[in-house]
Design a binder for this molecule. Structure first.
Ligand SMILES: *Cc1c(COP(=O)(O)O)cnc(C)c1O
Length: 404
């Protein structure tokens, strides 16, 4: 699509800016936005060939649009996969993947620490249609192995997880999946391809919520699956065409432009997160810090190896509290004392966000499920943005200092 042919083996930073630029006939330098529902066909016979899949050509934006195609090709270039398919949200990427790969009687093994809506979708909605699922510990490969059944088709992990930042060994899970004749899907939201490329470690499908770091400025909802062209052609495009969980061209354009600054944002946000996590570990009002970049994290070595030596930009911590009520009261006090951070459950924004997982993202779980997931009432999650780190420390210190 670009007028010059890009050389092979370009670095990620270059691909993020240069890969898959969809140009119109006017030669604009910034990516064109093709905001149209359908495409005019030159004649009836060409239309017939395009609808039959005998000739390339844009038809209708439910399943073909040049701006969406640009975003897909750029993301595939960053993830190092053959292809990518854009979707209306991160959840609809998981919906599309499950619809394309699973049927009644099939079995999925899923980490018990994945995004809450992912658990609801796989266990609840797909359970209704006869898909079986087993949920296992994110970090214990033996549990994944033990859960394999003859009808296992898919293994699904997310690393690091939200909010406790548990890291799984992608390569080890890929080996378990492939020995079972199944596929491994990895939700790569938290790291993005700037830090972690699961395909290089053997993952077959990479799930994205473009809403997070790919957009990077909290503007749109978007999603994608990165995988082989064969899986897209045979499994996902037919579902997309019939079911229509399509990415809007406008949202695709925002994500496409967002990816240009992905790498530099991730590096700055990870640097800030490490500094904040290190400082939090020294605060007397903080009982425990969860951050893969800290030596105290149980999978620190694996995280450094898998995530380009960086811990990501999400830091969680427990504030002190003698019991759950006091933990919650103290956590609410720290959150309500902030003047800079946004109290919102989104992450991956340039604006730092702060949230209380037990009553927001994990509020739909029972207390027993929450405890099993390790999400206490004193837990706070901070997704570090691009503000000056001293201002973020001061924002939290205000709450710590005034805790009774
Ligand atoms: C936000 C998120 C999703 C869902 O993405 P949406 O774009 O909100 O649908 C899936 N997985 C993870 C890890 C997320 O953080």
């Amino acid at each position: 699509m670009s007028d010059k042919k890009l050389p092979a083996n370009l670095h990620l930073d270059t691909l993020a800016v240069r890969a898959a630029v969809a140009k119109s006939q006017h030669g604009e330098n910034s990516e064109a936005l093709y905001m149209t529902s359908s495409f005019v066909q030159p004649d009836a016979a060409t239309a017939a060939r395009r609808f039959a899949g005998e000739e390339e050509g844009f038809i209708y934006s439910r399943f073909t649009n040049p701006t969406v195609a640009s975003m897909e090709q750029r993301l595939a270039a960053l993830e190092g996969t053959e292809a990518c398919i854009g979707t209306s949200s991160g959840m609809s990427a998981i919906l599309l993947m499950c619809m394309g790969l699973l049927k009644a009687g099939d079995h999925v093994i899923c980490s018990q620490s994945v995004f809450g809506s992912t658990i609801k979708l796989i266990a609840g909605e797909f359970g209704k249609f006869g898909v079986q699922s087993t949920f296992v510990s994110q970090t214990d490969v033996a549990q994944w192995q033990a859960a394999v059944q003859p009808n296992t088709k898919l293994l699904f992990a997310e690393t690091p997880t939200n909010p406790l930042t548990e890291v799984c060994d992608i390569q080890a899970l890929a080996d378990v999946a492939h020995a079972a004749g199944a596929l491994l899907a990895v939700d790569n939201c938290f790291c993005s391809p700037a830090l972690q490329q699961p395909a290089k470690l053997g993952a077959d499908l990479i799930i994205h919520s473009g809403t997070k770091y790919l957009d990077g400025q909290g503007r749109v909802i978007a999603g994608a699956i990165c995988c082989s062209k064969k899986l897209i052609d045979e499994k996902f495009m037919p579902v997309m065409r019939s079911a229509g969980m399509s990415l809007s061209p406008f949202n695709a354009w925002v994500v496409l432009k967002g990816m240009e600054t992905l790498s530099i944002r991730m590096q700055a946000q990870c640097k800030g997160a490490l500094e904040l996590a290190t400082w939090l570990e020294q605060q007397p009002k903080v009982a425990r810090v969860y951050y893969p970049g800290l030596a105290s994290h149980p999978q620190h070595a694996l995280a450094m190896q898998q995530q380009s030596g960086m811990g990501g930009a999400v830091v969680s911590f427990d504030v002190v509290g003698a019991n759950p009520e006091e933990g919650r009261k103290n956590a609410f006090h720290v959150i309500d004392s902030t003047c800079v951070m946004s109290i919102t459950a989104n992450l991956g924004d340039t604006k730092t966000t702060i949230t209380h997982p037990a009553t927001t993202s994990h509020g739909r779980l029972t207390e027993v499920q929450r405890q099993a997931a390790g999400i206490g009432q004193g837990l706070i999650r901070v997704a570090v943005g691009l503000e000056h780190i001293d201002d973020l420390k001061a924002d939290l210190a205000r709450g710590f200092d005034s805790l009774s």
